[in-house]
Design a protein around this ligand. Sequence first.
Ligand code: UD2
Ligand code: MN
Length: 565
Amino acid sequence: MFASGKICRPRRCLFYIIVFLICQLILVLQFIVYKRNNDITASKFSSQPLHHSNDSGIHFLDWREFISHTPPRSEDYYQYNLHLSDTLGVIRNLPSTRHYGCMTRPFKLPPPLASKVSVVISFHNEARSMLLRTVVSLLRRTPEEYLHELILVDDGSQDVTLLDDLMRWMDGFLAARRDRLGLIFRRNQKRMGLISSRNRGASLASGNYVLFLDSHCEVNEEWLEPLLERLALDPHLAVSPLLDPIDPTTLSYRKGNEMLKGGFDWSLHFHWLKRQLAIKELPEMAYKSPAFAGGVLMMSRDWFLMLGSFNSYLKIWGGESIELAIKLWLCGGQIEIVPCSRIGHIFRRRHAFDFPPQSDQDQQLSPAQETYLHNSKIIAESWLDEYKNMFYALRPVARRIPLDHTYDEMQKLRRERQCHPFEWYLRHVNPELRLHFDELSATGTLRNEDRCLHARQKNSQLILASCYLSDITQWSMLRSSGQLSTQRELCLGVGLRMRITLQPCGRNETTRKSQRWLRLGTHLLHAETHLCLDNPLKDRLEMSTCRSHAVSQSFQFALEMEAQT
Ligand code: UD2
Ligand code: MN
């Protein structure tokens, strides 16, 4: 062909030319669309004059001016990169993190009139740029016909002009949409905490659904549609989107893990649980979860109110979504995580706020610890029935936390709604928690006279310490292997020269052998050496010949499982 000097035959040549021209045209069109999008973003968010006015002549705030009023604070104050947040702008493109299966099918949406969504955001000391990004991502990525109202509760932030400025900014930003979107702004003059503030917001809501959102989130494309599709199927369902982590330092947006569901342990701390796909189950399908994926959740407003909202006795922060999860499941509801719905959230490494001091009674607990324990104790007393003993065994200090109410209200709700006992939840919803219970023969603190066996956090050194230390070691005696393990999965063993050691719990036979204990009454007999754990001189642990009446060899667990059943 080349030898003859011809490149192609005329008809084929024409075909190539046409294909080439079409490709060029597509590229030019793409470029125009891209430019337009950028121009829209720029005109809306960047190149606005510092002040602009609408037809009525009222002056509105530009977003840069709005954020410029952020009070100067150290990075510690917010626990994320404030400077970067300020420079990112109010909206940015986010990577698409959901499974491609989510993008290839349309969602079956309910009629907008019966599916209006009220978004409740409570915030305390949030940076202005961060809060704005949360709000703008919502406004830009939520179908207008479903977004009924935005309820913002400023929970006593130190930045006292924030809410007024935000109102002015939103008035300008929303302009034409203003009459279709409800905006409710409330400020708690005195900080009430996240839980009361969210309840306050929900009590003002008039949509069919309420969505609770943290104030440092970015919703991703088409986040709402998959949630609405699921909620339309069952009025008693509550859903969580899949949370994509945003790094607090780099603010980079990453993909969350869709193979995890929400759960908690017997201390009532939130934990992720691994899940397995059933045959024919696709990773992008909505899946049942024993607890929400944290505190970002959406459900029918009426159903939320019928369940008594978030338990109003819980203070400030913590535990409310676990409590809601338990009462939802027990009283006829269900929880699903919907991986096609993605919302980015900054997972901060530490609390960005102080907790108000609680009762002075216990100097060993920080206000944050005491608040969390207080809330957990309410959950245990309200919902765990006889299993609350498991909670107290692991958190004995909770017994000393005073509560200023009785549980009559919750018992009334349980009776009226004919809620299941907690046992039902263990059996049908959270078998992982039950398994943990069944595997143990005893658990909790391990007391010898008036002291408890404690493994120091920093060097795992074994000592006898006050049983009321806030982080006193909780031991678990495993039924099958006879291992005696800490919560950090370190097991008590006996090494060379009868030294008592703490090492990673062994999974093979040899290590297991040196970590196997038998119980003779309250004595702990080491299976391999036939010696007993002993504390003959004050606070010095050693192995010695078992003596049946020796008090120094008596170690009592806070909770014996056998005695329970
Ligand atoms: C997780 C949940 C959060 C909530 C909390 C336990 C996610 C993504 N977040 O917290 O929704 O369930 O656990 O209660 O799963 N705030 C107030 N008043 C206060 C303290 C905080 O309004 O006194 C606001 C705060 O500004 C934020 C929200 O409450 O918007 C949650 O607080 P956080 O972000 O510090 O808690 P986080 O993400 O560790
Ligand atoms: Mn948060």
